[in-house]
Design a protein around this ligand. Structure first.
Ligand SMILES: *Cc1c(COP(=O)(O)O)cnc(C)c1O
Length: 497
């Protein structure tokens, strides 16, 4: 082996710094700043609005000329860092935001320095790290070891991949060659509850099946799928000559955290010869808690399982995953191998696994390293404890709401999501909706906390989704105090009387 001789007389330029020492100094300073930023996150408001001066910066035109990195970093410090989504904050409970962990900053630097394309077909460390991570995830979720898997951007992409595999596997013809328009073929039907995530509808549309191929089945009072209605829909589709192809269950719905009866759905899928896809974006990881794992009993019976590491596994964005039972249907759906991507027997292109044969992306970031480092650093048991802590916090918050005369729960608390509102006597449903919307916006604007909102049975709900390892009971006490204080102020004003 020989390395290239150093050529001191080269005239070519590169994008490397002319002065590495300056970059090193800036790098050290940035790392210190970032660690300090996370260490002090609790001292900052849960949300603060972006000032106009920052928006002006983001309206500036394309930079044609160079600026020193130090100067650009100053702009980041002043105009970007203070205004995050703030899912890193202990009182952030909007949508399903994950918190991330400080240790992953280290992995992030390594990922960026290596800048691997994570193809899997390259015989390099990243391929093996990702495969090992997938094996760990299968073990954590009790999925068979011979299942295939892929890291993707998030739950939406994981749902798309899983539902695409269902399509190729279930179509009684070569859907990749013929498309879904094949003459004389029955329409493939997918079924999810009305609480299924919006990404499912997008996926069904993108797969060319058409939104009419997705039956949205009503839910029961506990927001889980109505099994009788599901079975009726399947039967009536069969009678009409359509082909019931795919059941989509949710483990942890985004609105209320409800989990469809997975074992019952797996039984139906078996009896009806249908594919079972489980959207376990956050809920799948309830499996890691010995006290709460029974909520997701039956999870491992899924043919495909979608979940996010960036939600309830507290990994930095973005990282989702899809697992598919058996390698064959997965590869049959996505494999296209041109000559320029052929694996070779030896050398760089002799890696263990061509990820592009299992999904849509070709080049990907080496995001696996963040999760790999975090799982090794904390240990999987620790994650189970954190998840259980969030479930206990949701229970605590719900109990406090139920005990409070001015608050009411709007859905059963099944896992880590709490829905509630402020109530006041003699107000119409509309007035209460307006009142609670105003309360929510003020809770955020005053920087008290960052819950989000939804509509349940037609009522506006303040929604608290807890995938946050920094939250403490006192944070939920502060939320309740803030909501009640603002609600009391508002009902005293003529607008809400
Ligand atoms: C968040 C979520 C998704 C989408 O995941 P992304 O990572 O945001 O793409 C899908 N399903 C459920 C139940 C979710 O909570």
């Amino acid at each position: 082996m020989s390395s290239s001789p150093i050529d001191p007389h080269h005239t070519e330029r590169s994008l490397d710094p002319e002065n590495w020492d300056e970059l090193r100094a800036l790098g050290h300073r940035t790392l210190d700043d970032m660690i300090g930023y996370l260490q002090t996150v609790r001292e900052r408001p849960a949300w603060q609005p972006l000032p106009e001066t920052s928006k002006d910066l983001f309206a500036e035109s394309m930079p044609k000329e160079a600026s020193p990195a130090e100067q650009v970093y100053e702009q980041i410090r002043e105009h970007i860092l203070p205004y995050p989504t703030n899912n890193i904050h202990p009182r952030f409970w909007s949508w399903v935001g994950g918190t991330g962990t400080p240790t992953q900053l280290i992995a992030d630097m390594v990922i960026s320095a290596m800048n691997s394309a994570a193809l899997g077909m390259d015989e390099v460390a990243s391929s093996y790290v990702e495969l090992q991570l997938l094996d760990w995830l299968k073990e954590m979720l009790e999925f068979p070891r011979d299942a295939s898997g892929l890291l993707v951007s998030g739950g939406s992409m994981a749902n798309l991949v899983g539902l695409a595999v269902a399509r190729t596997h279930m179509a009684p013809y070569d859907v990749r060659a013929e498309g879904i328009d094949a003459i004389g073929q029955p329409r493939l039907m997918y079924y999810a509850s009305t609480e299924g995530h919006s990404s499912i509808k997008k996926a069904v549309e993108l797969l060319g099946l058409g939104a009419k191929s997705l039956r949205m089945i009503p839910v029961s009072d506990d927001f889980t799928i109505d099994l009788a209605a599901l079975q009726e829909a399947i039967a009536s589709d069969r009678d009409a000559g359509r082909l019931p192809a795919c059941l989509i269950a949710t483990a942890g719905t985004v609105n209320t955290g409800a989990t469809d009866p997975l074992n019952r759905l797996a039984d139906i899928a078996e009896a009806e010869n249908m594919w079972l896809h489980v959207d376990g974006a956050f809920g799948a990881f309830a499996k890691l808690s010995p006290q709460s794992r029974s909520i997701v009993d039956g999870l491992a019976r899924a043919d495909s399982l979608a979940f996010d590491l960036h939600k309830w596994l507290y990994m930095q964005y973005d990282c989702g995953c899809v697992l598919i039972r058996g390698d064959r249907p997965h590869k049959e759906t996505f494999s296209v191998v041109p000559s320029y991507l052929r694996s070779l027997d030896r050398g760089l292109a002799s890696g263990p696994f061509n990820f592009s044969e299992y999904g849509i992306q070709l080049s990907r970031s080496f995001k696996a390293l963040r999760a790999w480092m975090a799982l090794k650093t904390e240990g999987v048991d620790r994650y189970g404890e954190q998840i259980e802590q969030n479930i206990q916090q949701a229970r605590y918050l719900s109990e406090r709401i139920e005990a409070h005369p001015q608050l009411e729960l709007l859905a059963p608390t099944a896992m880590n999501i709490v829905n509630f509102r402020y109530t006041a006597p003699e107000r119409s449903a509309n007035k209460l909706d307006e009142l609670n919307l105003e309360i929510l916006m003020q809770v955020q604007e005053r920087g008290i906390a960052a819950p989000s909102s939804t509509t349940l049975n037609g009522l506006f709900s303040i929604r608290v989704a807890i995938c946050n390892h920094r939250s403490r009971r006192s944070d939920f006490d502060a939320l309740i105090a803030g909501v009640v204080e603002i609600g009391d102020e508002l009902i005293a004003s003529p607008d809400y009387s």
